[in-house]
Design a protein around this ligand. Sequence first.
Ligand code: GLY
Ligand code: MN
Length: 455
Amino acid sequence: MILFDSTIYTARRNALMKAMGKGVLVFPGATEQPFNYKGNTYPFRQDSSFLYYFGHPQPGLTGIIDVDNGKAILVGDDAAIEDIVWIGPQLTMAERIHHIGADEHMPSADLAAWLKGKEVHYLPQHHADRIFYLAELLGKSTDEVKAGHSMNLVRAVIAQRSHKGSEEIEQMEHALHITHAIHSQINKSITPGKLEAHIRGVAEGVAFANQGRLAYQAICTVNGHTLHNNHYHRTLKHGDMLLCDIGAETMMSYAGDITRSYPVSPKFSTQQAEIYDLVLKAEMECIEAVKPGVRYLDIHLQAARIITDGLKDLGLMQGDTEEAVQAGAHALFFPHGLGHMIGLDVHDMEGLGEDNVGYDAETTRSKQFGTAYLRLAKKLEPGFVLTVEPGIYFIPELIDLWQKEGKFSDFICYNKLDPYRHFTGIRIEDNVLVTEKGQQILGPEIEKLRSEVER
Ligand code: GLY
Ligand code: MN
């Protein structure tokens, strides 16, 4: 299945028309991007907002919602015989509009003239060629296009895409089934002597075999303290931990985002086990705290307090927990946010502006190291899907810097950190739906108890 029922797209567009009230909304689809030359491209990924309102996962299309006339128009051209020879039969434009309940189709060459004099709204664009495309279409400079996106449209699209429909939840469950298969296979594949690249290859293979692909660059590393480590050349050794932040996206482009941290030896060391259990406690308690009306910032701070309390028990931190967290001392060990929205994008709608998605007038972004990286902070609402992903890391460069600066020496026991210099990091992550009364972890259970990830 690559499209929902046409009524879904019609209802989504109608809701957006109602929210916008007037104007013409232009959604440029993505185009093929060259890997090294025009004919050898990266795997194609459709623009997520285009997918949301117009569904079709092929390049060369633009979606128009003409709010003023209550119409949806798909812009594009029927495949020429030369195209069909190389890429096979394609849906005609008439068939395409039928499948998504749109009203009309229009040849690409007619769009610029049709838009003349109209009140045009579009979202922020990230591909350079879409910026050039809009510039040509609207007779503007690329700088004008970059500055000219419509904040009304940004707000309306975020409000809509933030609340997942049942058809979307089903897709995200499917993404997590594939992701479950990935992590099960990973745990079976870990043995000392293998390269990280081997494990990443397993993940890619399982995703592909299930007609999916990875939703983002896999983090599959024995150096889990490098938060977005995208290198895979290290060899797994006894005593290492392998942090795998790996999620699949479905054929319909819905994402899963799951982190598990595995021992390379069959069992964790005592030191690793203590930190593992602490991260798991933070993860599970923070999941329990997810419910409508709670600010995600407050759940992030709850994670920080749990981590601080646990590190105090281990003798690595000291002092009053609340004061330590308020000051930001925990961020030496937990320097990122607790999580983010997820959906058609792994960091859902981040292309529309992280602050526009995760913050509002009531909840503004902290400037403090660590909490400043929190992508979602505002009050939760039913239908949001988000990640809960606390972690504890020992980053030698950061420890050395803060120690040299004497930073938070009331709270951090620097003299106890030497045995942890090569600890690396542990993160555990699940994807959670906010329900009317509380929350639901999406997908099949992906083993995370220490006894389950140990072999
Ligand atoms: N999956 C990587 C991240 O959430 O940043
Ligand atoms: Mn994540």
